[in-house]
Design a protein around this ligand. Structure first.
Ligand code: FAD
Ligand code: SF4
Ligand code: SF4
Ligand code: SF4
Length: 392
């Protein structure tokens, strides 16, 4: 049976819980706010099936992409609402147009981050844009399987470990399944997210309200200041209350995420990144576009699309995009999401130890960030970003 002795050995995908024939696995949060499986040994029959579907226990070797594209959606409105070039929406709309179902990540009523599904273009909007928090996939692998068995087309999107978990859970290939992973730097803690949101609510003058009545909109990747200098924007429900907006270089939640401190333990030695999830298509930000194809870069968002399978190639929306083939090595420059192994920062343990006792999570974050020298060394692409803005 699943037995997590090292936290790094579980990415929280939920495949084991969903697959267990005795329903004796529950997922419970640890003190950092990440979910881990707990087995009820009194009902476990020791069948070992949970181990067969675990993406950490069943690592694949890496596969190479068959095509690598720089791409942007021709629909400017959709691109503006998307994190990168808006390619996810085109793939999803195509699935919906064929009577299919799209699984993606959205906020729930309390601004928690969850995986869910939609069946209409109107519902699809909530999946647009990255939410930099680990999503709870509870029940969604089983739900996807039900649609697949009924013959519906399914597009399932998520982090590489979620895609790998889904594929192991399904135990067979489905012709009607298209899997789309987002290239993943790592998954921030839902608990830190909750505390950060409470602090933002207080700054907006709406502290103490239930979370469902605080914000009308939250965006991690608002492009009003540009795609490369994206902002996190928190819009309060109540009129007259202050909208909080700051670039990713100022937002405390983004700073502790990008300093690699607020990441799940499994993210430092990821079992599914870089062509190992079995996905059909991987989507990323094409941060190096200014050097690889500057004529395409308008600072409104550019995707990097890696196509891994013939099915992915068939689904790729060539006619609705501006697409240019690019070399993999150049395309993945400046992008932390492609690093399979990250060093655990020395500040991580202290940061998580203090998240319950601190009185101000933002102050705690600022006190936990590495000294500037380390930051400078760790964020080469941010230096390039500043230079890029100076050149404009
Ligand atoms: C936690 C996380 C880390 C990332 N790290 C990197 C990185 O290091 N480098 C990089 O280039 N790109 C990274 N990305 C991917 C990038 O931010 C965009 O999501 C991707 O380029 C798709 O953009 P788009 O414009 O095509 O579509 P969008 O409309 O922006 O697509 C949104 C897609 O992201 C999915 N999604 C949103 N939030 C989550 C979540 N919490 N978990 C799983 N899936 C989610 C949605 O289901 C949908 O498929 C990351 C995304 C996430 C969620
Ligand atoms: S060994 Fe079988 S019964 Fe026990 S937890 Fe795993 S899947 Fe469930
Ligand atoms: S990685 Fe997924 S399948 Fe493996 S133990 Fe964790 S939740 Fe279960
Ligand atoms: S870095 Fe790897 S383990 Fe962490 S969320 Fe991303 S895909 Fe999962």
């Amino acid at each position: 049976m699943i037995n997590i002795s090292q936290k790094a050995d579980c990415c929280g995908c939920t495949a084991c819980k969903e697959y267990c024939p005795k329903q004796c696995i529950s997922l419970q949060p640890d003190n950092e706010g990440y979910l881990y499986p707990i087995v009820d040994t009194t009902t476990c029959i020791d069948c070992g099936l949970c181990e067969k579907v675990c993406p950490v226990l069943n690592k694949n070797s890496a596969t190479e992409a068959i095509a690598v594209y720089a791409a942007k959606n021709n629909n400017e409105e959709v691109r503006e609402q998307s994190s990168s070039g808006g390619i996810f929406s085109l793939l999803a709309l195509q699935t919906l147009a064929e009577g299919g179902v799209v699984f993606g990540v959205r906020f729930d009523e309390e601004w928690k981050v969850v995986t869910h599904y939609c069946e209409t273009p109107e519902e699809l909007k909530v999946f647009r844009g990255s939410k930099y928090v680990q999503s709870n996939t509870n029940g969604m692998f089983t739900q996807a399987q039900t649609f697949l068995k009924a013959g519906r087309k399914v597009l399932f999107s998520g982090t590489p470990c979620q895609i790998k978990g889904l594929k192991l859970f399904l135990r067979k290939e489905y012709e009607n399944l298209l899997t789309v992973e987002v290239i993943c730097h790592g998954a921030p803690s839902p608990k830190v997210w909750e505390k950060h949101l409470q602090a933002i609510a207080e700054k907006s003058g709406i502290g103490g309200e239930p979370m469902s009545k605080t914000f009308s909109d939250i965006r991690f990747r608002d492009k009003r200041k540009g795609w490369k200098a994206f902002s996190c924007v928190y819009t309060p429900c109540q009129e007259g209350k202050k909208t909080q907006a700051s670039t990713f270089l100022e937002d405390p939640f983004m700073r502790i995420f990008l300093a690699d401190i607020n990441l799940r333990p499994s993210c430092y030695s990821c079992a599914a990144k870089s062509g190992r999830s079995g996905c059909d298509i991987a989507l990323a930000d094409f941060w190096a576009i200014g050097m690889v194809a500057p004529e395409l870069d308008d600072d409104r968002g550019m995707s990097l699309a890696l196509i891994y399978t013939e099915k992915g190639m068939k689904a790729y929306p060539h006619t609705k995009t501006i697409t240019q083939e690019v070399p993999y090595e150049k395309a993945t420059q400046w992008n932390g999401g492609f690093k399979e192994v990250l060093t655990v920062p020395q500040e991580r343990a202290k940061f998580f130890e203090g998240i319950d006792s601190c009185t101000d999570i933002h102050e705690h974050i600022l006190n936990s960030l590495p000294r500037p020298k380390v930051q400078k060394k760790e964020s080469k692409w941010k230096q390039w970003l500043r230079k890029w803005h100076l050149k404009k």
